[in-house]
Design a protein around this ligand. Structure first.
Ligand code: NAP
Length: 325
């Protein structure tokens, strides 16, 4: 497909939010391009099972991502694999600069760049990444069959990934800095019922050490007593939250203290025609279903924005190409 220079709507990011907005944008007859740096699907590809996407009961994350992708392809969503390096907001259109030097223009821009795993920030973490340190159990769990692994964190990710790892590993220690998990109650109950998982409460990892070239264990500190000890392990899986991928969010878009883009209820940022959705947007619940809903909201609002732009710039009341979708 030949790429245009000017679009009604450009979406950056191909996770559940970006793909949903692609579906809604095309149903609203907008000339739409989705730009994705790697493979479509976003974080959901890394989930073993998704059990809380309404209507689908239980599905592998990669399979759900494929459904989103296929659904968008039913509408012939144009997808371009490139890195967006800069967004330059404008009054009548916004400019999207790509790593290959191309600049595209668009009336509406939907930023769906998601988030990345937060690092622990302890000695050994970077040095041993890929040598026993991982941020994805589905990707790397296979290498730890019948071995001992440490999971760091207490949220939904730590709980879900520990349950996945327990199917492969001989022993899974969850090291959490408090005495209560943050994860949803259903996951907490499953974790407590899994005999291969042992909780290490009120404890932080202060260092990941090597044995030869690979992870040999972790240094732990009890946050109450200050006591230190070594826990031998073959792998360390870090799930201590996400940080929003806000590198290309232009100045003028308000970010909260944690770096999430602040929007109104239409997912529109402080800059007219620029929307932020999914894990990039400040919100209460970070769920696939919420990212998908954000995608719908932003695309419908973007369609309205584009229609207004056309009316203004193509001579008041010019017939619009936009359908009601
Ligand atoms: P999260 O909910 O932010 O939890 C991060 C966990 O890491 C917390 O338990 C936190 O401890 C701990 N932590 C943070 N910084 C730490 C540090 N420096 N050292 C040690 N521990 C640290 O992150 P998440 O589990 O990755 O989930 C992110 C979002 O995605 C959440 O909204 C979650 O609900 C959602 N999610 C949902 C599902 C699902 O519905 N199935 C699956 C995965 C993720 P404290 O508890 O003490 O703060």
């Amino acid at each position: 497909m030949t790429r245009r220079e000017f679009y009604d709507c450009i979406i950056v990011g191909g996770g559940p939010g970006g793909l949903s907005s692609g579906i809604y944008a095309l149903r609203a007859s907008m000339r739409t391009l989705l730009i994705e740096q790697t493979a479509a699907g976003g974080q959901m590809v890394l989930s073993d099972m998704v059990e809380n996407y309404p209507g689908l009961r239980s599905l592998g994350g990669a399979e759900l991502a494929q459904h989103f992708h296929d659904h968008a392809q039913d509408y012939n969503l144009e997808v371009h694999s490139q890195e967006v390096v800069e967004v330059e907001p404008g009054l009548t259109c916004h400019r999207v600069k790509l790593a290959d030097g191309t600049t595209l223009k668009t009336h509406a821009l939907i930023l769906a760049t998601g988030g990345s795993p937060r690092k622990l920030g302890v000695p050994g973490e970077d040095e041993l990444y890929g040598k026993g340190v991982s941020y994805c159990a589905v990707c790397d769990g296979f290498f730890f069959r019948n071995k001992t692994v440490v999971v760091v964190g207490g949220g939904d990710s730590a709980a879900e990934e520990s349950l996945y790892l327990a199917k492969l590993a001989q022993k899974v220690y969850i090291v959490h800095r408090r005495a209560q998990l943050r994860a949803s109650m259903i996951l907490q109950k499953r974790v407590m019922a899994e005999p291969k998982i042992e909780m290490v409460w009120n404890t932080i990892v202060t260092r990941i050490h090597a044995e030869g070239d690979e992870v040999g264990g972790v240094e732990l500190q009890d946050v109450q007593s200050g006591e230190e000890r070594t826990l031998p392990a073959d792998g360390v899986f870090v799930f201590v939250g996400f940080i929003p991928n806000n590198k290309i969010v232009p100045a003028g878009v308000k970010l909260n203290g944690d770096g999430y883009a602040v929007t109104d209820d239409k997912c529109e940022t402080d800059i007219r025609g620029i929307f932020a959705i999914g894990d990039l947007r400040e919100k209460y619940a970070r769920q696939i279903v919420v990212a998908a809903a954000d995608g719908c909201t932003a695309a419908l609002a973007a369609a309205h924005h584009v229609e207004m732009q056309r009316t203004i710039h193509e001579g008041g009341g010019a017939p619009s190409a936009l359908g009601s979708g």
